[in-house]
Design a protein around this ligand. Structure first.
Ligand SMILES: Nc1ncnc2c1ncn2[C@@H]1O[C@H](COP(=O)(O)OP(=O)(O)OP(=O)(O)O)[C@@H](O)[C@H]1O
Ligand SMILES: [Mg+2]
Length: 245
């Protein structure tokens, strides 16, 4: 699993409209071309790592067909309430430093995939993006489904006025193609002219901690994926414009 990203410096005060996202300082989208490459893993671990750096973080899980973040953060089945300004996100930790909104909270059986059709899907995403009462956040991490689908179009459209900090693209090496058998993400980043954020080794402790909803960053500092994930979080912090961080 490798992460590349274009973390452009955006000034959130430019073009800002009042709304639920006006207290969110930096927005990061997590994307990938294909499924199952580790987007939700990176989203979760980036949020945990930023939280350990003292940041207030929100996660928006817009994967309507397979929302997995509630499971990874042991927040399945939590009820979401509405207030005057919209949905109230769920806090996943006692310190209330990570809040989460997922379509999984709105489903009766959260492990079930849902087939949403075009317009309904786009409308739900737009509602998600603009109607969650995040309050003040340092970072909002947006976990997306694979590819570029209606969800992405709707999410990007709704987020555009808030000038996202950037997109983090997750890739895995392609074993059949020599050039990409290793370092594919790095090569991709070079070709695209965007920063390479890091390469996360396969680590059974990481997948186990996600299955058990544990805080990998806190509990597994000696495991192989830890330095890679910590370094990706540092790269993101470094890419955040100093005056705005
Ligand atoms: N570095 C890693 N080491 C070991 N297991 C990993 C690693 N990264 C991800 N996984 C495992 O791979 C599986 C897929 O990861 P994840 O759900 O994060 O991918 P995804 O890109 O979000 O998938 P989808 O496209 O379905 O949303 C999970 O079971 C996860 O635990
Ligand atoms: Mg996912």
């Amino acid at each position: 699993m490798e992460a590349t990203g274009e973390l452009a410096s955006g000034d959130p005060s430019v073009g800002l409209e009042p709304g639920n996202l006006s207290g969110v300082r930096h927005i990061i989208l997590v994307l990938s071309g294909k499924g199952g490459v580790g987007k939700s893993t990176i989203s979760t671990e980036l949020a945990l790592a930023l939280r350990h750096e003292g940041k207030k973080v929100g996660i928006l899980d817009v994967d309507l067909c397979g929302p997995s973040i509630p499971r990874m953060l042991q927040a399945q089945g939590r009820a979401v309430h509405q207030c005057d300004s919209g949905w109230v996100p769920v806090f996943v930790d006692q310190e209330q430093s990570i809040s989460l909104m997922s379509v999984g909270f709105l489903l009766e059986r959260p492990d079930e995939a849902v087939v949403w059709r075009g317009p309904k899907k786009s409308a739900l995403i737009k509602q998600f993006v603009s109607d969650v009462a995040w309050g003040e956040l340092d970072y909002l991490v947006v976990d997306t489904p694979p590819g570029t689908s209606d969800e992405h179009m709707a999410a990007v459209e709704a987020l555009r006025p808030y000038r996202p900090l950037g997109a983090l693209v997750v890739t895995t090496p392609q074993e059949c193609t020599n050039i990409f058998s290793r370092g594919g993400g790095e090569e991709l980043a070079r070709l695209a002219g965007v920063p390479f954020l890091g390469s996360v080794p396969l680590d059974p402790e990481l997948s186990r901690s996600l299955e058990e909803g544990r805080d990998f960053i806190q509990e597994f500092p000696k495991s192989p994926a830890f330095p890679a994930l910590a370094s990706i979080a540092r790269e993101v912090l470094n890419a955040t414009p100093a005056l705005l961080s």
